[in-house]
Design a protein around this ligand. Structure first.
Ligand SMILES: NC(=O)c1ccc[n+]([C@@H]2O[C@H](COP(=O)([O-])OP(=O)(O)OC[C@H]3O[C@@H](n4cnc5c(N)ncnc54)[C@H](O)[C@@H]3O)[C@@H](O)[C@H]2O)c1
Length: 333
């Protein structure tokens, strides 16, 4: 049996705690350390974010540091799991890759395309793996949609509609509320659906986004039509002005409709004149993405499900959506 890879989380805030909870039970890797520049965060054994409670992490088993630099000086790590504010993903991913570590980084890949390109360049030059945690690609209820679409199980996809709404999040120092750092709801939250559309159908021919800014100076409320010439009708909506978090999708195929209505552990399948069928799932995208990344490292192969080239294209699509919202025009990709 191969040894367990040693991982550390950089940025032990809201999602850092969610990631920590998902290392419990990993077969191929273990979390050995965390680093955060805020001392109080290193004392919290759990966190509450718009996704809910993280679950408790046993802090006694983790070595804790105040900076990336002090952590890598002391630890013999295989990979870093970056859970920093969005505008810092590229800076620390490049540092970590150049320090000889593989990198799993939270979404969105980066705030700009130039930053995403710098991350890819550092991965290519060092030969270290880079993967972005676009967790929907690893959620069973979204994997079922991808499998149905690829395998044409219910015929062709005719229409897909996705939703992702929440209250305005608050990170440490309220960096979420500075659109230059977070990219607003469009780059922060809606990016999940943009990425899944890209994963499912590839880069669209054009996007038309109706959106407005509200809190951050970036786009905080939007509806996008992803235009595939001769392809299915695809749209996604997002808002940071809703009371609680909810994600859902409706996918209309020729022979059935698949629907996930907020509960990621089940989908409904509707067929004309037949009783609805329910399919249940277990497991979550965060644990699955960590397991997948660790397997890629151990097998010395590039991540295929979630390649950095593909998530870089997701950033290109999202920034085109932002341009469309700001200009009121369709943007071709
Ligand atoms: N995949 C998902 O579902 C999901 C959900 C929430 C957030 N996210 C993403 O995760 C990232 C972090 O979001 P969050 O909600 O955890 O934010 P947060 O503000 O709660 O956490 C960020 C942490 O980084 C720390 N930090 C900042 N600069 C640092 C530095 N230079 N060195 C060490 N620590 C530093 C902060 O002290 C803070 O604890 C964002 O990019 C966000 O988009 C993803």
């Amino acid at each position: 049996m191969s040894r367990k890879l040693k991982a550390a989380i950089l940025g032990f805030g809201g999602i850092g705690h969610h990631h920590a909870a998902n290392y419990a039970g990993q077969k191929d890797c273990q979390l050995v350390a965390v680093a955060d520049s805020c001392p109080a965060r290193l004392q919290d054994d759990s966190a509450e974010i718009n996704l809910g409670a993280s679950g408790k992490t046993d802090l006694a088993c983790l070595r804790r540091y105040h900076s990336f630099e002090s952590m890598i000086k002391q630890e013999q790590l295989d990979f870093i799991d970056i859970c920093l504010p969005t505008d810092l993903h590229a800076k620390y991913a490049v540092k970590a890759l150049r320090a000889g570590l593989h990198v799993l980084s939270e979404k969105p890949m980066a705030r700009t395309l130039a930053q995403a390109d710098a991350m890819i360049r550092a991965s290519e030059e060092t030969g270290k793996l880079l993967m972005i945690g676009q967790c929907l690609r690893f959620y069973p209820c979204y994997e079922a949609l991808k499998a149905a679409c690829d395998g044409k199980k219910y015929g062709r996809l005719l229409r897909l509609s996705m939703q992702r709404n929440s209250a305005l999040p608050h990170g440490l120092n309220d960096w979420f509320r500075d659109g230059k750092r977070s990219g607003g709801a469009l780059l922060d939250m809606h990016i999940h659906d943009t990425d899944f559309v890209n994963h499912l159908l590839g880069v669209p021919d054009a996007v038309m986004t109706f959106g407005c800014t509200h809190y951050t100076g970036a786009i905080d409320d939007a509806v996008t039509h992803y235009i595939y010439d001769g392809g299915p009708l695809v749209s996604a909506e997002t808002s940071w002005s809703c009371g609680s978090f909810k994600m859902s999708y409706t996918a209309v195929f020729e022979e059935a409709t698949l629907s996930m209505d907020g509960d990621v552990d089940r989908i409904s399948i509707y067929r004309v004149d037949q009783p609805p069928e329910t399919v249940e799932f277990s497991g979550n995208g965060y644990a699955n993405e960590v397991a997948y990344f660790a397997r890629c490292i151990l097998q010395d192969r590039q991540p295929q499900v979630d390649s950095p080239f593909s998530t870089r294209e997701t950033i290109r699509i999202a920034l085109s959506e932002e341009r469309s919202a700001r200009t009121g025009r369709k943007v071709r990709l």
